[in-house]
Design a protein around this ligand. Structure first.
Ligand code: F6P
Length: 322
């Protein structure tokens, strides 16, 4: 193998640059040529590539976003798009591709590998942490820390003003960010898609808190909760018990900023391991971190495997909120 490529795809997250750096530096260390593909699969179809060497990834380990840029491409999901992408890979002399991103990106890598004979390896990077095969995905802990900082700041004003706040965090259809940030922030109520939301019970808890002398409370809701968006839930609670409630949607704040030490180390280990796999001739695989060990799974394990939220975190948050 002489030449590999790396791309980032889907929602950007802190740590992607550390991952790109790891792929490039490991490839150079092993004597491979490496190119970066800009704007994910969209850029691949347009042959938007850049040659990279060790110096092209200097000074990026601490930066959020992705120097290669990213995109979500609906055209790439079609057979026609994948054909164009695979022709581009072959024309550019690329013998292996590292795809860094979330589930949608892994599905793209899977199609390229299986249907178009392009050796691909996936590196899980998404703030949502919803990929099986890795305890944590790159970007998740950084997003949790941003959400936590938001909770802490809101706590100050909630306490000062004796107010009830509802904070919505990202996570697509999973509640990882809400659960981890909520537990770390000591919030009173956590609403996640993995646990059925009973708003009557939520209102009972809030009233009970007031009865015990609590003058302010913070609730965290995951954007994918089945009870609806934060504004809708806030309005329902106001209608049920008449409490004044302030709603904060943290949104894309959670996707930006410098990655935590954990995310940088995770990205460095996983990016390097992905190149190692390609060199060994492995393909159609993803790398993950399980109990602090690098593990290798088939790409499809990312969405077919089980990635369960740890419900003991939820139980603990309930105990702590009493
Ligand atoms: O998958 C990452 C993520 O930030 C989700 O948490 C969120 O639902 C989605 O992407 C937002 O996507 P967009 O940036 O396209 O609005």
């Amino acid at each position: 193998m002489e030449k590999i490529a790396v791309l980032t795809s889907g929602g950007d997250c802190p740590g992607m640059n550390a991952g790109i750096r790891a792929v490039v530096r490991k490839a150079c260390h092993q004597g491979l040529k490496v190119v970066g593909i800009r704007r994910g699969f969209e850029g691949l179809m347009e042959r938007d590539v850049v040659s990279m060497d060790s110096s092209s990834v200097s000074g990026i380990i601490h930066q959020g976003g992705t120097v290669l840029k990213t995109a979500r491409s609906s055209f790439f999901k079609t057979g026609e798009g994948q054909k164009i992408a695979s022709e581009a890979i072959k024309e550019l002399g690329i013998e292996g591709l590292v795809v860094m991103g979330g589930e949608g990106s892994f599905r793209g890598a899977y199609a390229l590998d299986k249907d178009w004979n392009i050796p691909c390896v996936g590196v899980p990077a998404t703030i949502d942490n919803d990929i099986a095969g890795s305890d944590l995905t790159i970007g998740f802990m950084s997003a949790v820390n941003v959400a936590l900082e938001g909770i802490d700041r809101i706590r100050d004003t909630a306490t000062a003003f004796d107010r009830l706040f509802l904070i919505e965090v990202m996570g697509r259809t999973s509640g990882f960010i809400a659960l981890w940030a909520g537990l770390a922030g000591g919030v009173e109520v956590i609403l996640i898609p993995e646990i059925k939301t009973d708003l009557n019970e939520v209102c009972r808890k809030l009233k009970e808190g007031r009865r015990r002398g609590k003058t302010s409370s913070i609730m965290v809701v995951a954007e994918g909760d089945e009870a609806g968006g934060a504004f809708e839930i806030g309005e329902k609670i106001r209608e049920k018990i008449g409490y004044e409630i302030r709603v904060v949607v943290l949104g894309h704040l959670q996707r930006g900023g410098s990655p935590t030490a954990l995310d940088r180390i995770l990205a460095t280990r996983l990016g390097s391991a992905a190149v190692g796999l390609l060199i060994k001739g492995e393909r159609g695989k993803m790398v993950g971190m399980v109990s602090n060990q690098i593990k290798v799974f088939p790409l499809e394990y990312a969405w077919k495997g089980e990635k369960k939220i740890d419900l003991s975190f939820y139980d603990l948050s309930q105990v702590m909120a009493t």
